[in-house]
Design a protein around this ligand. Structure first.
Ligand SMILES: Cc1cc2nc3c(=O)[nH]c(=O)nc-3n(C[C@H](O)[C@H](O)[C@H](O)COP(=O)(O)OP(=O)(O)OC[C@H]3O[C@@H](n4cnc5c(N)ncnc54)[C@H](O)[C@@H]3O)c2cc1C
Length: 416
């Protein structure tokens, strides 16, 4: 087929990676994006004073797929210190590097989060997972993470003081029902690499993908209403005829016959506050264990990368997993909780912005590392990409974009 018309729906990470791969094979795809910018769930708003990511998220430098598309040096990645500051009921304390170097933590310090046996188990889990391939991790039986941790023999103390708040902030669900496969994968990523953000915010990631495109047209503010085979019906009434379509967003949005067949979403609320200066003063995540409070984790973004702050105030990112408050009441309640953990008066936390993210991660029962190319095709002419196919991560979204593009390329160039 000469110069086939290939459309990609969505300019998130999966859609951008699909376009990169299609260009490499000599094609010139068109991306139809409902919003006014690239990035999908990975965006950074820049104001006069701050860079604010849409939801607190990090790039794990050990991710296998992202390395193919991102130049970490050019992103000027700023690393988090491994470990966490734990804000307990009575006191706060730092637990340095519990995943990579648990045996190095002084017993006195570790005893605040767990027992000596926990320390040894942490070490053996790290060693086991370092030896396990990513494919084997995702082929293992899947049980809820909470059960996996109990079965592994971790104490209730370390589960509630460390694992629950740490992984709640990653899985964005309170009960650690997420598959043990995802737990093992993320734990392994933390044990062999770092958590990082680009110096100028997570939005630099899609920007770097876009820079790799030269023959792709992107149409913004172009929401697709429905895909019927090769016919793409736009919200504005226009129709495009495509030889191939890659749907790089939840497909049930544009194929009504698929409604109810894809994973529901984990939602999350991310609030930003500014303060005169950071009360943590280290590039670490702050965890608030226990139940009955709103805030799960906090990070002073300028402790990690000073470029998040363009003025002279510090920027605190606060993650709330679940609430049913109005924005005004939520801000007040969060300020009170911040006062409790920092002993700084709540009113000194100046609210900057709230992001209510309805679709943050797909709530998948069956997480996967990869799928065969044949599974990317859903009906004739139509292929799927997006994290919901594999697992909710930057790594998976890029993998899914690559696989969809490879499937399209294979259908157009059978010898490929
Ligand atoms: C708060 C939060 C925290 C996270 N934390 C992490 C983390 O720490 N580490 C990690 O690895 N991952 C994290 N993730 C997950 C990661 O961001 C996603 O897995 C990834 O960005 C998904 O990319 P995608 O291309 O699959 O989908 P999306 O980013 O959702 O892209 C879909 C695109 O399609 C567009 N679109 C939708 N409908 C239409 C339509 N009808 N017509 C045209 N365009 C349409 C959308 O506007 C969007 O641009 C987090 C996500 C969130 C939200």
């Amino acid at each position: 087929m000469e110069d086939p018309k290939i459309y990609i729906i969505g300019a998130g990470l999966s859609g951008l990676v699909a376009a990169i791969e299609l260009e490499k094979a000599g094609f010139s795809p068109v991306i139809l994006e409902a919003g006014s910018d690239i990035g999908g769930r990975v965006k950074t708003d820049v104001s006069n004073e701050f860079r604010m990511d849409h939801g607190f998220q990090v790039l794990l430098t050990a991710y296998p797929e992202t390395k193919h598309y991102l130049d970490y040096n050019a992103l000027d990645l700023k690393m988090f210190s491994p470990g966490a500051v734990i804000f307990g009921e009575q006191e706060s304390y730092i637990i340095d590097d519990p995943i990579r170097n648990p045996l190095k933590i002084v017993s006195m310090a570790f005893s605040k989060v767990g027992s000596f046996l926990d320390k040894v188990k942490m070490f053996s889990l790290t060693q086991e997972l370092k030896k396990k391939s990513d494919e084997d991790i995702f082929n293992a039986p899947s049980i809820p993470t909470a059960q996996y941790l109990r079965d592994y023999g971790f104490s209730d103390q370390i589960i509630s003081n460390f694992f629950v708040p740490f992984f709640r902030g990653i899985f964005l669900e309170p009960n650690l029902n997420t598959s043990s496969r995802m737990f093992e994968f993320v734990f392994k990523m933390f044990s062999i690499g770092n958590a990082a953000v680009p110096a100028k915010g997570m939005g630099e990631i899609p920007k770097m993908l876009r820079k790799q495109l030269s023959n792709t047209k992107i149409f913004f503010n172009s929401p697709v209403k429905e895909v019927q085979g090769g016919a793409i019906h736009m919200q504005n009434g226009e129709t495009y005829l495509a030889d191939r379509v890659i749907i790089a967003t939840q497909p049930d949005k544009v194929m009504p016959q698929l409604q109810g067949q894809f994973a529901p979403a984990q939602r999350v609320t991310n609030l930003y506050f500014s303060t005169q200066k950071s009360f943590m003063a280290r590039p670490m995540i702050g965890l608030i264990p226990g139940e009955g409070h709103l805030v799960n984790n906090i990070v002073f973004m300028d402790d990690v990368s000073p470029e998040y702050c363009l003025g002279d105030r510090s920027l605190l990112s606060v993650t709330v997993l679940k609430h049913d408050l109005s924005e005004k009441d939520l801000i007040k309640a969060v300020q009170q909780e911040l006062e409790r953990v920092s002993r700084i008066k709540g009113e000194y936390f100046r609210h900057e912005k709230t992001y209510e993210i309805e679709y943050a991660l797909p709530a998948l029962d069956d997480v996967k590392y990869s799928i065969p190319r044949t599974e990317a095709k859903i009906v004739d002419h139509v292929y799927l990409a997006g994290d919901y196919l594999l697992n909710g991560s930057i790594n998976a979204s890029m993998t899914s974009g690559r696989i969809a593009a490879e499937a399209v390329i294979g259908s157009l160039m059978p010898t490929h």
